[in-house]
Design a protein. Structure first.
Length: 402
């Protein structure tokens, strides 16, 4: 059985499969949480109330998805799904009417899983719950990619609960959605006057698809992209707040496309290059380039989705590519260690402790939303100046207005 982390997937082909969720303590899990499955179109939205399967509505309209057993086990016949169904999302929510403070974080364990038609386990996704304050979540997805079905671990939570989850899928609830709590600046994107903020992104497809961090564009009403000789309007296509990734679409594609590294991932001590737009243009209107090396293959709190590197970064670098010595993507720059807080705790000032989301997770995200990308094996080390010259055509400043 394959154990998945958020963003990873498991190819399953076709036929009948079983997906489900359980948790501990078992009695409290069954009493306080409810699971459902949504049949979604290519736009990621639910088209009809009959496309929601749960204990209250145990069968999809055509019978290809069935609620099999409580608290959350569903049978899916992939071969008989309607052609319009491009994705199936399994969701989990806290039942209405429970006391405030009932969140996923109160449970010792929550596991989502995939099995074959005979019940043989194929994949397991265990949620890290120590700090989870959400009351609704997308657990896993079944999705089509190049004609093949895959099972993906998601773990995208919604602190505002069922109304926020429903809005994500275009699903109208009878009661009005509650207001979500406003989030302050996390210090990783550059904020400016008049409700503006900025970060970095990079083009991953010739049709103008741009990858960045979710926190770079969170709460933005207007998003613009800027390269030295290019301007474009950006529209949000898909967001994964749990893994801090977002996919945007440019109305005018930039001239270049980033290439991901194929084969072996980045190695400890390997040279890396960061290209981005830090400090909102205070350092100049063009892209800024720094170099360093991979200093750890895990992120803060032993997070294996991230790696640590030493190339200097500032606010505004978030969402940019972390490139290897050949100029291909090995990560997405996401954050840096809070030097002020560490100094307050230890008396020491850390230097150049930065983190990036690993490229494997970003590639899984692109596959899940059906966006092709280019990749190549690691080649010879090239001059940083040559890598920067190429990156100028696909790395862009992302300017947002709330």
């Amino acid at each position: 059985m394959q154990e998945l982390q958020a963003g990873q997937n498991h190819p399953i082909g076709s036929g009948r499969v079983v997906i489900g969720v359980n948790g501990e303590p078992e009695a409290e899990f069954a009493a306080q949480l409810q699971a459902g499955v949504l049949l979604l179109g290519a736009d990621g939205r639910i088209g009809d109330p009959g496309d929601l399967v749960s204990a209250e509505q145990p069968r999809s309209r055509e019978g290809s998805v069935l609620f099999a057993r409580a608290p959350g086990e569903f049978q899916v016949d992939l071969d008989h799904l309607p052609a319009a169904v491009a994705r199936i999302a399994m969701v989990l929510t806290v039942k209405p009417g429970l006391p405030p403070g009932t969140t996923f974080g109160v449970f010792a364990t929550i596991r989502a899983w995939l099995a074959d038609a005979e019940g043989k386990p194929l994949s397991l996704f265990s949620l890290p719950l120590a700090s989870r304050g959400e009351t609704a979540m997308i657990l896993t997805e079944l999705y089509r990619h190049r004609g093949q079905w895959k099972f993906r671990a998601v773990g995208q939570g919604f602190a505002a609960g069922l109304p926020a989850l429903a809005a994500h899928f275009g699903w109208r609830l009878p009661e009005p959605a509650s207001d979500s709590m406003a989030g302050g600046s996390d210090g990783r994107r550059q904020t400016g006057p008049g409700g503006t903020f900025s970060g970095t992104g990079f083009c991953v497809h010739g049709d103008g698809y741009v990858l960045t961090n979710h926190h770079v564009i969170e709460d933005a009403r207007e998003i613009l992209g800027r390269l030295p000789r290019h301007r474009c309007v950006l529209e949000l296509v898909f967001a994964d707040p749990t893994n801090d990734l977002a996919l945007l679409k440019a109305d005018a594609p930039p001239p270049g496309v980033a290439i991901f590294r194929d084969g072996s991932p980045a190695r400890l001590g390997e040279m890396v290059v960061v290209v981005g737009y830090p400090l909102g243009g205070l350092l100049g209107s063009g892209p800024q380039v720094t170099t360093g090396n991979v200093s750890s293959l895990i992120g803060p709190g032993d997070d294996t989705r991230s790696l640590q590197f030493t190339a200097p970064t500032q606010a505004g670098n978030s969402g940019g590519p972390l490139l290897d010595g050949d100029g291909v993507v090995v990560g997405v720059v996401s954050s840096k260690l809070n030097a002020v807080r560490v100094h307050e705790m230890t008396g020491d000032i850390p230097q150049n402790v930065n983190f990036a989301i690993k490229a494997a997770l970003a590639r899984g995200f692109l596959e899940a939303v059906g966006v092709d990308y280019q990749c190549r094996a690691y080649g010879a080390v090239r001059a940083a100046a040559d890598i920067a010259a190429e990156a100028r055509d696909f790395v862009m400043k992302i300017e947002c207005r709330a």
